[in-house]
Design a binder for this molecule. Structure first.
Ligand code: GP9
Ligand code: MN
Length: 492
């Protein structure tokens, strides 16, 4: 209680001390970071629906990874290699202690999480944000977040209002969530969660922005026998060996969702953004990591690589391919805004557009470590990013220069981002012509309110799949092999 009281006091104080000139200073810096859009991509997907698919604890090494000759994630692999998918293979998670919530903070705002604790928990309720859902909402989108855990986890129920989400479909919206064996770990099993999300997806007026947060692939990677359909790895580390099994389950869940979206006609008029939120296997499991990667031992360079997570943007007609640009979660929003053709001149984002031809690739971790295409600093050691060779500042003059620039850059972006959050600086951003602050009071995530709003929307804006289908549900198009649902059609 004393700790909380001190913290609340500090929070109130830093907010009180903050002034409009603090924001002006930050904005000046952000403007120097702003890169020109890529004319090959800019606005090519304008007006399409956006599916933001949060792949829980999903690391990049799982892509194309095999166990006993079998692909762990065949559906995601196919998607990754699709000619209409832009896939980044040097993309890093940048979360701190806020884990999932930090990934969301970066993905929705291009603001870093904090050095300690979760920014969504500490500041999500009261701060002013200029978030992706609010931006798209003001451009005619319906915005909705979906998650099979309780609404209060990571303070989402309050934070999503500040982010401007019209709807938040959390556990209470899913009648199946009441059944004990339909849940595992933090929430509903992904196959059931995604299948049951279709009843709300089909009601969303288009265009919509829908964020689906999966959760079954979460530490300690437990799955009940009837859902296990893949061999575990055999490192002997119990918390590691189930990881490929829950990842495989997530992959199947994703495959089922995509098949449904194709059937109901949402595939071609949607942009799909997929990202892994953070590592699934921590540094504490180095012998197991070495076995997974087929190495004798693990260096800090390997551990840096192990922070890579997927980032893919897919859309029918989008110029795809595997892109080796170095970037991280903080860059997702400016990159997506480019593709969607949303002007971002006045926005306070700490990431950069990875598609810009001027993009250089400066990845900053929350603890101040960093990666560039030439050098990597991880756990206080330096490496050549391309070869993995360890280097020192005394032997490598160029490194000395890069290290100096990068550590100054890291201090600046992390420090300024922290100032924005702890000082609630965006409340001073009142002069923008293309964005106005949202009013948290306009949002109500109670199930009865959400359902009523959806029902009303079918008449006031009949652009949902359901309305286009003259009120006939598409749920019978959703095919899942979830064993729990086989013997139980009552909820269909
Ligand atoms: C729970 C989920 C887990 O709702 O998002 O968060 P994490 O433990 O990965 O930060
Ligand atoms: Mn997570």
């Amino acid at each position: 209680a004393v700790f909380n009281a001190v913290q609340t006091y500090n929070q109130t104080e830093s907010r009180k001390r903050a002034k409009p000139t603090d924001l002006a200073k930050v904005k000046k810096f952000v403007a120097t970071q702003k890169l020109p859009d890529n004319i090959q991509y800019y606005g090519t997907q304008k007006g399409k629906n956006v599916f933001m698919i949060h792949l829980e604890s999903f690391q990049q090494f799982l892509i194309d990874y095999k166990v006993d000759g079998q692909e762990v994630t065949p559906n995601l692999n196919k998607f990754y290699h699709d000619q209409n998918t832009l896939s980044f293979d040097n993309f890093y998670n940048q979360v701190g202690q806020g884990k999932t919530s930090d990934a969301e903070m970066m993905q929705e705002n291009s603001l870093f999480g904090l050095a300690t604790g979760s920014a969504m928990v500490k500041y999500g309720t009261n701060n002013t944000f200029e978030s992706l859902p609010a931006i798209l909402g003001q451009r005619g989108y319906t915005t909705a977040a979906f998650h099979g855990d309780v609404a209060s986890f990571w303070n989402r129920d309050n934070t999503y209002k500040s982010f401007g989400y019209d709807y938040f479909f959390s556990k209470s919206y899913y009648s199946n969530a009441n059944k004990a064996n339909y849940n595992i770990g933090y929430g509903m099993k992904d196959k059931i969660f995604l299948r049951d999300s279709a009843q709300y997806i089909e009601q969303l007026p288009q265009p919509f922005y829908a964020k689906l947060i999966t959760v079954t692939n979460h530490y300690p990677y437990d799955l009940d026998k009837q859902n296990i359909d893949f061999p575990a790895t055999k490192t002997g580390d119990n918390t590691v060996d189930g990881y490929v099994q829950t990842a495989h389950y997530l992959d199947q869940s994703f495959g089922e969702l995509m098949t449904y979206l194709k059937k109901v006609g949402l595939y071609n008029n949607s942009v799909f953004v997929l990202y892994g939120d953070h590592y699934g296997i921590s540094e504490n499991h180095q012998p197991a990591i070495a076995q997974l990667l087929g190495k004798d031992e693990i260096t800090n360079y390997d551990l840096a690589n192990f922070q890579k997570v997927p980032f893919m943007i897919h859309a029918t007609g989008l110029k795809g391919g595997i892109n080796h640009t170095y970037g991280g979660e903080i860059d997702m929003m400016p990159t997506l805004l480019d593709v969607l053709g949303v002007p971002d001149d006045g926005m306070t984002m700490f990431g950069q557009d990875m598609l810009s031809s001027n993009y250089k690739g400066k990845v900053v971790f929350r603890d101040g470590d960093w990666i560039t295409p030439t050098y990597t600093k991880f756990n206080n050691q330096y490496f050549n990013t391309q070869t993995g060779e360890q280097v020192t500042e005394s032997a490598d003059k160029q490194l000395k220069k890069v290290a100096k620039t990068m550590s100054a850059y890291a201090t600046k972006v992390l420090g300024y981002s922290d100032e924005v959050i702890t000082g609630d600086l965006l409340r001073f951003d009142t002069s923008r012509s293309d964005f106005h602050a949202i009013n948290k009071k306009d949002y109500n995530y109670k199930k009865s309110a959400g359902l009523a709003a959806l029902k009303k929307a079918q008449k006031s804006n009949p652009s949902s799949i359901l309305a286009q289908n003259k009120g006939k549900s598409t749920l019978s198009d959703y095919v899942t092999d979830a064993p729990e649902l086989k013997s139980d059609d009552s909820d269909k």
